[in-house]
Ligand binder design. Structure first.
Ligand code: SAM
Length: 284
């Protein structure tokens, strides 16, 4: 992966600096392709606890009935959430820009067929005709794509009139790449600090790995390298509306008592949300 060139900075909302990087969806996709083997192994081993105990259950709690519908999952990764949609009776097609993820998803489809058709493609240029799908989803993928407006326009194009798009993203207010959890002496987060809400990250690389992965497994894999593309809340909402969608539902997953009991690591999410989920509709 070619290092990203930092071209300079301008002030958007003084004194916040906006950095411009030369990164597009293809560049970002290369990072994801390299992340894919470790991400697949660790998430399949249960290390993505925020997804499994909180974000995905919340997403499905607001998902309309999809049985019998023709659905597209955009940025499907190794296919975990696509399979859950198929198990709800949707006829699923799924795309991801990273061929390593699509290979892993196809392997699982061969081992445990769920009728899902996977292909390598970018959300910026969806290889489908207009008005093709009853609905589309994006689980924690849209914020990984620098061309936010094009991604939403493409989703709008391929959804039938009356169909919906539901997606989850890193919360633009509380998880913008500059979040810091302030903990008490027991390690519990009581405050969340977001130092630069208006910063415009366009490809800064964040290196991390699932905290809940067993130490022995973590040692086997390199850190993920995730390019960050931050957008403010109003930028997201304005882009959704500009694409033509009507916003129908929003949700910020917060763990309940049972979820905290099942997975104490979720407690950071109770101080301020990591995720934002949005359902919007193409008018019929
Ligand atoms: C955080 S992962 C989420 C994967 C999966 N949806 C899940 O919930 O497990 C983000 C995904 O977005 C994919 N992605 C990034 N840019 C993309 C693009 N332009 N088009 C399609 N997929 C993309 C990555 O390859 C990666 O699989």
């Amino acid at each position: 992966v070619t290092p990203v060139e930092k071209r300079g900075g301008v002030d958007r909302k003084p004194p916040c600096t906006v950095y411009f990087y030369t990164m597009n969806h293809i560049d970002a996709g290369r990072y994801w392709n390299e992340n894919a083997p470790a991400w697949t192994a660790l998430s399949r081993a249960g290390a993505d606890v925020y997804r499994d105990y909180l974000n995905t259950p919340a997403f499905f709690s607001i998902l309309p009935e999809v049985a019998g519908l023709n659905g597209l999952d955009i940025g499907c990764g190794e296919g975990h959430n696509t399979r859950l949609l198929a198990h709800r009776g949707a006829r699923m097609t799924a795309i991801d820009i990273a061929d390593n993820f699509i290979a892993a998803a196809k392997q699982m489809e061969t081992a445990q067929p769920a009728g899902i058709s996977y292909q390598v493609a970018s959300a910026v240029e969806l290889p489908f005709p207009e008005n093709h799908f009853d609905f589309a989803t994006g689980f924690m993928s849209f914020m990984e794509m620098p061309e936010t407006e094009k991604v939403l326009a493409e989703a709008y194009r391929v959804i039938k009139p009356g169909g919906f798009l539901q997606f989850s993203i890193s919360h633009p207010c509380f998880n913008n790449g500059r979040r810091k959890n302030i903990r008490d002496t027991t390690g519990k987060t009581h405050t969340v600090q977001v130092s630069s809400y208006f910063i415009r990250l366009d490809g800064e690389i964040d290196e991390w790995i699932f905290k809940s992965a067993p130490e022995a497994m973590r040692a086997d894999y390199p850190l993920f390298k995730v390019p960050l593309f931050s957008r403010t809340l109003s930028e997201w909402i304005n882009a959704i509306v500009a694409a033509g969608f009507s916003i129908e539902k929003m949700q910020e997953p917060c763990p309940d008592e049972q979820q905290l009991k099942d997975c104490p690591a979720l407690e950071d999410n109770a101080a301020a949300p990591y995720f934002l989920q949005i359902r919007c509709r193409k008018r019929g």
